[in-house]
Structure formats: structure tokens, C-alpha cells
Write a protein of this length. Structure first.
Length: 514
């Protein structure tokens, strides 16, 4: 059996929860989706795929936590700073959409996340904002239930969060202040459950914003409140019937919100909690990403590589390990080539025995969607040949697989436009006179034949170098100089085939004329 976390997790889920499974995921859409966001939907999606492959009825619900407070203005939205600033501390669903196309800031970024999911081929059965779950009254009974057991709830929170709460603490819920609209700054003073109201004061200073001092009451049925996160999570899991849900390691540390959720399920709801799984962070060049710093912009990364390559990157490793992504072109090229090679193995239905490799082939299967990936042409070749000819018709003639090339086209054009091609792949056919090894190059050119394959040309370089007793490395360098005007380049055989063998022959003979 393949030793992959998705398989192990699916085994556990089926064994403990049966054949109809609800998988939940959720994020606070407090800004543009970044690379770290993909964990939140790709890991559950991998599980959904594996369960469905086994004929399990898997239902995937994705929740946008947009009742959460708007706590910082992302760097990429700095130009809207003046407009957004007064809304700090309000629920994201009450903050205006800076782009004006959605009802709120929170909804804008929730739907932007949904669009990104679509790019990755991730199709939740349901995407819902937490505001809707609140306004439909799903949380009402939970609020009352917790309020009636305030002491026990407080004790569970203290034990599982490893934090002592103040004597007067009653903050199982965060009311929205009716005066200033903020949710981050309110404190509960008391409950009147027979009347169905929560009494609060808006007086907290949370660093990025301050309360207005207003003292008021909010009716439970008006839904201008949200439960504290540690209570919101298990409540939602309970009414959605969640069987399995993942979260980042930060939620799963000792004192983290997962421990609270489990305790609430067991000790208050008297039910078995969902199965949890925890995943590591995606680092970008070794650093943790954050929405506010605007690092790891997903749209940018997806303009450089197809989404399935990023999925493969995520799925090939362990679940809990941190994964270091680099938006550096050399890293992306080698990742792409690995993806392609593994994809070819998968396509051939090759029997792979070596465990590490088998795991990668399985990761490829999870990463690929029904639409076929471009496996038969190398990204590097397309990049090189496009630079030489600048004409997609010629690229297709030279490499074949026109449909695959069409799929890679925008990525290659972006690499060229953004000028991020590593120098050894940066090509311009640029015949340049040479001063060294002129006879050797001339002899090499004389031996080139129109129908030679790249590997034959490669071998010819060694042959001629031996014949003239020069270091093959030297000869390669000289040939690059002659063809490109620089001492390096992509694989010479491929390069010469790409330019055209007779054209190279003619060029080299002319350059070495006596
Ligand atoms: Zn919008
Ligand atoms: Zn207020």
C-alpha cells in the first residue's frame, strides 16, 4: 500500500465515521488570498477525492468566517487605506467592498477565494459565509446553551486554552456595537435569557482600534453577534454534522482551539468530536506568509505555473511538515519538470515499486484534474523555442502537441514579459565571431547532418573534442558563444535542433571561414 497521509486519513475516516462523510473547511477572508490560503481548501479536497474514489459519499462545505473582525489593512490595499481605516474592528461582512462589486469586503474576498478554488479544480458542494449561518439562526440555541452553562464553559476554556480568565468574564459571545458597528471592542456584561438579550459595553482597546464607550443591549434574534471562535467552531461542526476537519498546526498546539473544540463536543454536547488533522505551513522562501504583508500573492504565482503543479508541490510531501515554496524561476522549472516526469509515469500506468516514487505518483493523481496536463512537452523547451522564434505556430511545428502548448502559452509569455527567465535559458540566436578553437568548431559544423537528434549532436561535441584534444566543456562554451553570444545556454543538442541543424551548420561554417 502507498504510504501517503491522504490514504491513511481516508482509512481512519471510513472506519470511524462510515460511508457518508461531511468534510468542512473555512477561512477568515480578511484580504487577498495568498499562497498559505491554498492549504485550507487543497488538503480537504485531496481527502474528498480519495473518499469519492472509494465510493464514499463525501460532502465538502467551505465556510468564510466573515463575521470576524477586520483587524488590519493589507499592504496591497494601501491605496484604499483612508476609506477602510474607519471600519477597522467591524465584522468583515459590514466593511464596504473597496472594489465596489460585492456587498462587503468579506464577501469580496470570499468570492475571490472561490474563484481561486475553481482554478485549482476544487469544487465545494457548498460555500457559505458565517454571517448567513448566524442570520439563519443556526447558532441561536448554542448561544443560549453556553450562556446557561457559563461556569462550565469558562472552566473548559481555561483548561484547554491554558489561560486564566478574569472573574467577571462572560465573553462567550461578541456583540456588534449598535453605535459604532465594531465587534472587536465589545464586552458582555450579562445575559437576559428570558428576554433573549445580551447586555454589553463597547470599551475595549484592541491595539488597532478602540471602542466607543457605548453601553447597550442586543437581541439574540437580531443576530448582531458572533460566538467566540473557540465556541463557534464546535457549534458549527455540530449543526453541520462535520465528520472531519483540518486546521493549521497553530490551532493544534497545546492550548490551541482544537483542544477546546474536542472538549466542547465531549463534555458539553456529549458527542464524539469530528476527526481532526493538522497541517504545516507553506513558507515562501523560508518565511511565513501573511495577508497583511501581501507576501505570496496567489494570482502572481498562478501566472507563472499551472495550478496542478502547485497542487503537486503540496501533495507530494507529508501533511504536517512545513513546505518551502520559492517563486524563483529555477525552483519552478525543476518543480515543473518533476511534475511532468511523474505525470508520465502515472499516464503509462507504470508499476512503481519504490515507496518514495509511488507516493509521488499518487500525489500526481491527486493533483491532476480530469483535464489533461501538458506532459509531453517540456516547459523549458517551450520557453527556449519561443524565445528563438517568438511565433507560436513555429513552436508548435517544432515540438508537436499543439494543445499542450496552448495551455503553457500564457505562462511562457509571462516569464518573458516579467523577465524572470534564468540566464542559462535566456536565449537570442545571435551569431558571434569566435577567436578560440576555430578549427574545432569548423570540423564540428562539417559533421552536422540535417536529420540529427539532440542526443547525437550532444555526443558529436564530445567526439570532436576528443579528436582535437580539447576539453569538451571548453568546446560547449565556444559553441554557445558562437550561437548566442554568451558562454552558456540550454542543452546544446536541443538548442541546435530548435534553431534548425542546417541553419546552425551554415552559421558556424560562415563564422569559421578563413
Ligand atoms: Zn467585490
Ligand atoms: Zn461602539
Amino acid at each position: 500500500m502507498i504510504d501517503h497521509w491522504v490514504i491513511r486519513l481516508a482509512n481512519k475516516v471510513v472506519k470511524e465515521k462510515g460511508k457518508a462523510i461531511v468534510i468542512a473547511a473555512g477561512i477568515t477572508t480578511s484580504g487577498p488570498p495568498h499562497l498559505g490560503t491554498v492549504c485550507e481548501f487543497l488538503y480537504p479536497w485531496a481527502l474528498v477525492k480519495e473518499l469519492r474514489r472509494r465510493g464514499v459519499d463525501a460532502y465538502f462545505v467551505f465556510v468564510g468566517d466573515i463575521m470576524d473582525a477586520f483587524d488590519s489593512i493589507p499592504t496591497s490595499l494601501r491605496e484604499y487605506g483612508e476609506m477602510l481605516e474607519p471600519h477597522l474592528g467591524k465584522p468583515l461582512v459590514h466593511v464596504p467592498d473597496p472594489y465596489g462589486c460585492h456587498r462587503s469586503y468579506g464577501e469580496h474576498f470570499l468570492w475571490e477565494t472561490a474563484k481561486i478554488m475553481e482554478k485549482f479544480g476544487v469544487k465545494p458542494d457548498e460555500i457559505v459565509g458565517s454571517n448567513e449561518l448566524y442570520s439563519k439562526g443556526f447558532y441561536d440555541d448554542y448561544l443560549v446553551f453556553f450562556a446557561e452553562r457559563l461556569d462550565l464553559v469558562k472552566r473548559i476554556l481555561e483548561e484547554t486554552s491554558l489561560r486564566k480568565l478574569p472573574q467577571s468574564w462572560k465573553d462567550i459571545v461578541l456583540p456588534v456595537c449598535e453605535k459604532c458597528g465594531k465587534i472587536a471592542t465589545t464586552r458582555v456584561l450579562g445575559f437576559n435569557l428570558s428576554e433573549g438579550t445580551i447586555e454589553y459595553i463597547c470599551d475595549k482597546d484592541v491595539g488597532y482600534t478602540k471602542g466607543c464607550g457605548h453601553k447597550g443591549k442586543v437581541a439574540i434574534r437580531d443576530h448582531m453577534w458572533k460566538l467566540a471562535w473557540r465556541l463557534d467552531w464546535p457549534s458549527r461542526q455540530d449543526f453541520l454534522g462535520v465528520d472531519v476537519e483540518g486546521a493549521g498546526v497553530d490551532h493544534h498546539t497545546r492550548g490551541g482551539s482544537w483542544d477546546t473544540a474536542v472538549a466542547i463536543h465531549k463534555r458539553l454536547f456529549k458527542k464524539e468530536p469530528p476527526i481532526g488533522f493538522k497541517y504545516g505551513f507553506i513558507l515562501l522562501r523560508g518565511r511565513k506568509m501573511s495577508k497583511s504583508k501581501g507576501l505570496g500573492d496567489l494570482n502572481y504565482i498562478l501566472s507563472l505555473v499551472p495550478p496542478e503543479v502547485l497542487k503537486y508541490f503540496l501533495f507530494r510531501g507529508g501533511l504536517e511538515e512545513n513546505k518551502n515554496f520559492k517563486d524563483d524561476p529555477r525552483f519552478l522549472l525543476s518543480l515543473y519538470e518533476e511534475f511532468r516526469n511523474i505525470g508520465l509515469l502515472f499516464e503509462k500506468k507504470a508499476k512503481v515499486k519504490e515507496p518514495g516514487l509511488a507516493k509521488k505518483v499518487y500525489a500526481y493523481m491527486l493533483a491532476s484534474e480530469s483535464e489533461k496536463a501538458s506532459l509531453h512537452v517540456s516547459f523549458t523547451d517551450v520557453l527556449v523555442i519561443y524565445q528563438i522564434y517568438g511565433d507560436w505556430k513555429v513552436v508548435k511545428e517544432k515540438l508537436g502537441f499543439p494543445e499542450e502548448i496552448d495551455k503553457l502559452r500564457t505562462y511562457v509569455e509571462n516569464w518573458v514579459k516579467l523577465n524572470i527567465i534564468p540566464k542559462e535559458y535566456r536565449i537570442k540566436f545571435n551569431p558571434t565571431p569566435i577567436s578560440k578553437h576555430v578549427d574545432v568548431v569548423r570540423s564540428f559544423a562539417g559533421k552536422l547532418r540535417e536529420n540529427m537528434k539532440d542526443i547525437e549532436i550532444h555526443n558529436l561535441v564530445y567526439e570532436v573534442a576528443r579528436e582535437y584534444n580539447v576539453n569538451p566543456k571548453e568546446l560547449f562554451k565556444t559553441l554557445y558563444e558562437a550561437l548566442l553570444g554568451q558562454p552558456y545556454g540550454p542543452r546544446l543538442g536541443r538548442l541546435i535542433v530548435a534553431i534548425g541543424v542546417s541553419k546552425v551548420k551554415e552559421t558556424l561554417l560562415k563564422l569559421t571561414e578563413k
